[in-house]
Design a protein around this ligand. Structure first.
Ligand SMILES: *Cc1c(COP(=O)(O)O)cnc(C)c1O
Length: 222
């Protein structure tokens, strides 16, 4: 299917998901996850009205996004993959939002860089490893309260919300509900949850940002 058709289908699914869903958020951003795709696909999406994008690797994003941003200054770019401390400066100069704040060392290093002139990042989300999976990034739900307080209080980072990626073999609903509970407790307005296979559930549970790759762009080229 072409991009316009895929986008229309997603729009219908999003609207359906919000029907009879008292927890659904009135604000909802559709993020196009463009990892693995080139500038042409991204520009096609921009022409169709997508204006928020997500990339999961700093290096890949550095290769294609500076040019696209020059041509489309209003487009917003989020980092949704793990950030190594040696890439902090590049990431802060490229991404408008970093969704993967996930450990004290990273938060401290970011805080030290935040007053630089070239810094673009305006918002952070904290990634919560709701399934407590060993191989997955994110703070565990048990540590989330302290970590959020540390980032917003001591480090004064502009934390706007939380992000999670549920375990592939679990029903996603309980993970989204847990993320929502933690965000409510801390008055954080943004909930980045929901991908191609589970975005309807995420929307019903209050997502403010669905991160959609395959359902929009098709399978990723290798
Ligand atoms: C790749 C990726 C997505 C998009 O996944 P799809 O299943 O292609 O929609 C969303 N979030 C993160 C963190 C990703 O790495």
């Amino acid at each position: 299917m072409d991009l316009a058709g895929a986008l229309a289908n997603i729009g219908v699914s999003l609207a359906k998901a919000r029907e009879n869903a008292p927890l659904a958020s009135p604000r909802l951003t559709l993020m196009g996850v463009s990892k693995g795709h080139g500038a042409e696909a991204i520009e096609n999406a921009i022409e169709l009205g997508v204006f928020v994008f997500g990339e999961n690797r700093v290096q890949e994003a550095e290769g294609k996004w500076p040019d696209i941003k020059k041509r489309h200054p209003k487009v917003i770019l989020h980092l949704i993959g793990p950030l190594q401390t040696n890439k902090i400066k590049q990431a802060l100069e490229l991404f408008d939002v970093i969704q993967t704040l996930d450990r004290p060392k990273l938060a401290e290093e970011i805080a030290r860089h935040m007053d630089g002139k070239e810094i673009k990042t305006r918002q952070f989300y904290i990634q919560v490893n709701t399934g407590e999976e060993e191989q997955k990034a994110g703070v565990s739900p048990k540590e989330a309260d302290d970590f959020i307080a540390y980032c917003t209080g001591e480090l004064k980072l502009p934390v706007a919300g939380l992000m999670c990626i549920p375990p592939v073999d679990d029903l996603p609903g309980p993970h989204f509900a847990l993320l929502r509970q933690i965000a409510l407790k801390h008055n954080l307005p943004e909930l980045s949850m929901g991908m191609s296979d589970d975005f309807e559930t995420a929307v019903r549970l209050g997502s403010t940002c669905v991160r959609i790759g395959r359902a929009l762009f098709g399978e990723r080229p290798e």
